[in-house]
Ligand binder design. Sequence first.
Ligand SMILES: C[S@@+](CC[C@H](N)C(=O)[O-])C[C@H]1O[C@@H](n2cnc3c(N)ncnc32)[C@H](O)[C@@H]1O
Length: 282
Amino acid sequence: MTHHDPLQKADFGAIYDQPDPRAYFSTLQPFGYVIPQYGADAFTRLLSVLPIRDVSPTVLDVCSSYGIVGTLLRSDLRLSDLYAHYTDPTTSAQSPQTLREADRKLIAERAKGAAPRVVGLDVAPNAVAYGVEIGAIDAGVTDNLETDDPSGRLTELLAGVDLITTTGGVGYVTERTFDRLLRSCPKDVWVAAFCLRTYDYHPIATTLARHGLRTERMSRTFPQRRFTDEDERQWAISRVRERGLDPEGKEADGYYHADLYLSRPLDATETRHVDALLADAF
Ligand SMILES: C[S@@+](CC[C@H](N)C(=O)[O-])C[C@H]1O[C@@H](n2cnc3c(N)ncnc32)[C@H](O)[C@@H]1O
């Protein structure tokens, strides 16, 4: 299912907009794709410390796909549970509609008492519809902010956002998307983004700074997934070297690694460094 030209990142586009996430999980499982769980653990911790306007905070998950981070934030299910569920032979035999109904029940049964509200943004309409239908995300939009300004509906949703998150999204989305988001979000929104070390986050951090947010990078990095093959490994190693980074112990060991960036208002009252905020979150 993957398409891979020599020396570039593998293309998983075919699994991003299916009627349900079975192909997503069965394709990514062999590569140990784990970043949504690190994301959910980090975002849950951040939600417990950021100042919120309402009774429950609102997250905007950028590149939300089938609502995977939403499921992990809103229920006590872990990513390992989702892999087991979506690759189970019983699940494989179900029709998309039967699966949706079962998943909706599962998420409702496993819902956390104090769950955040999650808005999903992704250009994949089937994935977004699935996420909304099973209750992984409370609302979903398919605007492409790389090319267009937000729709009226998205603009309304953005007005209530406390935390913008993304895992596996930077590269697909750039400073163009973040600029458009920040124009409509509250001035004190926080942004927590995992970004592969093969990509440069500086253009996004610079854009966020123009909107009054200061960015910190966590000291540790996070394995995202194994490389699909030797060509991809070589591509990633040369990209991080070009960026002046050392691949030893990270990409050289066969894994993409992501940095975690946290951006918050200059006058934020919670001022501990992101390393301290997330010290024991994982
Ligand atoms: C690698 S997946 C990551 C999905 C999920 N966040 C995760 O960690 O499993 C990348 C996602 O980015 C979405 N995407 C690509 N271009 C986009 C854009 N311009 N705006 C929003 N989403 C986009 C794709 O549809 C896909 O769902």
